[in-house]
Design a protein around this ligand. Structure first.
Ligand code: ADP
Length: 254
């Protein structure tokens, strides 16, 4: 078995304020895997993501991402709850940005950008600015931008939490299609049990104070997962299993 793309070994993170955000966290993400971090607010999900992205350092323990280090910064795509688009740039330029920063000229980047915009239903919006787009469309642009370098890992921090339920479900489906179309691993932070079940192969359940991984739940349903998967008995069973685990996690957090 090849080594995991990302691993945390016995990681603690204590902030300068004294808050012990993570204690003894060990986890891994393999190439091509879709893994969600599920847990109540404040259990350290975003902190894990920031450590994995290299935006912060652990207080103790080891964070390793050798494959990403080798690929340089373009090895990781980041998507946050806020789409964080450049307001003065149009959709094309927003999506091109990571390639531009990597030195890829506009003409060379154009086919990749255009293909992503077409795939995400944004072909007619290449010249639109962020303020002209709905929240769902802005998030599609953010995802296209994160994918434009063909990263081996997409790190997503509650990307759909601010969207209405219908848009959120649609984007869940689009994300799975994207994940199946191009080989990449996804680490997805959510506090929604249903979202975690719909998307993931594996869910890491976290508890708070201090943040730690308290359970791992495999979601065995095959892919592709059509929207109807949400009505399947296997979906309900996985939601029940995960909810029970989350309740235990919350009961043991003070
Ligand atoms: P989650 O993403 O699960 O909501 P976070 O990782 O954002 O949780 O936060 C975990 C804990 O660490 C919380 O108690 C939060 O208040 C604290 N925390 C997060 N970032 C900082 C920081 N920069 N300085 C101090 N405390 C922080």
């Amino acid at each position: 078995m090849p080594p995991p793309l990302i691993s945390l070994h016995d990681v603690d993170k204590r902030f300068a304020s004294g808050t012990l955000a993570l204690q003894g966290v060990s986890l891994s993400l393999n190439a091509g895997e879709f893994v969600s971090l599920l847990g109540p607010s404040g259990c350290g999900k975003s902190t894990v993501l920031r450590l994995v992205a290299g935006l912060d350092q652990p207080t103790r323990g080891v964070v390793s991402a050798p494959a990403l280090d080798a690929a340089g910064k373009v090895g990781t795509g980041l998507v946050f709850q806020d789409a964080t688009l450049l307001p003065w740039a149009d959709v094309f330029d927003n999506v091109w940005l990571p390639l531009r920063l990597a030195g890829v000229p506009r003409a060379e980047a154009a086919p990749r950008v255009a293909a992503l915009l077409a795939e995400m239903g944004l072909a007619d919006f290449a010249s639109a600015h962020p303020w002209e787009l709905s929240g769902g469309m802005r998030m599609r642009v953010a995802i296209a931008r994160a994918r434009v370098t063909r990263p081996s890992v997409l790190l997503m921090d509650e990307p759909f939490a601010a969207l209405d339920e219908i848009t959120r479900q649609r984007l869940n489906g689009e994300l799975l299609s994207a994940w199946q179309a191009e080989p990449m691993a996804v680490m997805f932070v959510t506090h929604s049990v249903m979202e975690a079940v719909y998307l993931s192969q594996r869910v890491l359940v976290m508890g708070a104070r201090p943040g730690r991984v308290v359970d791992t739940v495999m979601i065995d349903a095959p892919f592709p997962r059509p929207p109807g998967f949400r009505n399947a008995p296997a979906f309900a069973a996985a939601c029940a299993r995960l909810s029970a685990s989350l309740e235990v996690a919350m009961a043991t957090s003070d």
